[in-house]
Design a protein around this ligand. Sequence first.
Ligand SMILES: Nc1ncnc2c1ncn2[C@@H]1O[C@H](COP(=O)(O)OP(=O)(O)OP(=O)(O)O)[C@@H](O)[C@H]1O
Ligand SMILES: [Mg+2]
Length: 427
Amino acid sequence: MPGMGGMDLLDHIKNQQPQTHVIVMTAQDTMNNTILAMRKGAYDYISKPFDFNEIYELIDKVTASSQVTPPQEKASVSGTDFSMDDIVGKSKTMQDIFKTIGKAAVTQLPVLITGESGTGKEMVARALHFYSDRAKRPFIFINCAAISRELLESELFGHEKGAFTGAVEAKKGKFELADNGTVLLDEIGDMEIALQAKILRVLQNNEFYRVGGKEPIRVDVRVIAATNQNLPELMEQKRFREDLYHRLNVINIHLPPLRERTEDILLLANFFLKKFSVELTRGQVFLSPHVEQVFKSYQWPGNIRELENVIKRGMVLASSGPMLVEHLPLNLQANRPAPEPADSTWDTEMNPLVKNFLKDRFDSGKGQLHDLLIEAAEKHLFEQLLEINRGNQVATAKDLGINRNTLKRKIDAMNIEPKKKKEKPSY
Ligand SMILES: Nc1ncnc2c1ncn2[C@@H]1O[C@H](COP(=O)(O)OP(=O)(O)OP(=O)(O)O)[C@@H](O)[C@H]1O
Ligand SMILES: [Mg+2]
């Protein structure tokens, strides 16, 4: 596409023909691009290489939905002038999450983010804010589990002077501070039921009272809630209000545990290696193949935060060069996978020969072990080199450092078939 990038084209199309559905096909499937494209109103975003069946299905979906398309709201797009740490993830679930962030960022609807501890809930909440039109307004974070019930109420809604002992001055709460911005109610599953009713009122009427206040205060705040608890379960135990749940759960983003997106593990590990390299190490640290194995098979109960800490620790211990299993915490070392079945020529070809020979040592082969082994090794070596040299005997003889006539004689004697290395197909 000379002259104009895909994102600009998408802007143009959406400005001139908002009802046009645009599917972006791209090689640049970064988090930023995916979120931006969806935010600009793309119908879907797929990265190359893709499967044509996927495209056919999408086109069917577009055709079906264009018959019922409501007029599209034009999103004002502020570009990419914000800085946000990359949310790393190539797995299908993470790509879908980026798309949801892009779509949800342009709305004012509440979002409920669920997922185990350390899966990135806070990160997603921040992205929702930074990709929204509220990006330049405050993002206010409050951990509902960390504060006592009485304090939490005044933290959230503020208090008037003299509302309780110690309230020597009136104070604004988080909701007031976040006006026109976003509030993240973290660990909402731990909030007391009485306070939940007050949150519900903010969601319904955009207003609340300070502790000890008589006048309702109106705010325009986008509410995002996060929890690692199972809210439906809490509702059954009457510890979470059902009406609040439905209010919050308009858009749900569920972050899967790391063990369910194994394809992201090494990606994240390398991301952290790079991120902390300046701060923590003298030279470059990289993962040894063995450590990669351990990482891929470990269950990661603490999810990405645990991975992040394991990498930091390993980097300090390795200092420079490969991070080895001994640089990992003991619980990961215990997870050390069994050594891989050896796949060397010795194991697959020579060893059986020796074993057979020893088994039948009184039989016909007696006294020929040396010759048999050498011949087997030689054959294997010739075959490999001939394959690398695409059957060219002159080049092979040169590599081996033997006379080409000798090579030819041996090839004939050993019945080696000239195997041509397959050409790489070019597209
Ligand atoms: N996809 C990701 N890419 C890069 N870093 C990530 C990603 N997800 C999480 N992290 C990092 O992992 C750590 C934990 O993430 P975060 O605090 O968002 O998780 P959480 O779900 O809120 O955890 P908790 O339930 O413990 O509060 C943070 O340091 C964050 O930067
Ligand atoms: Mg958190």
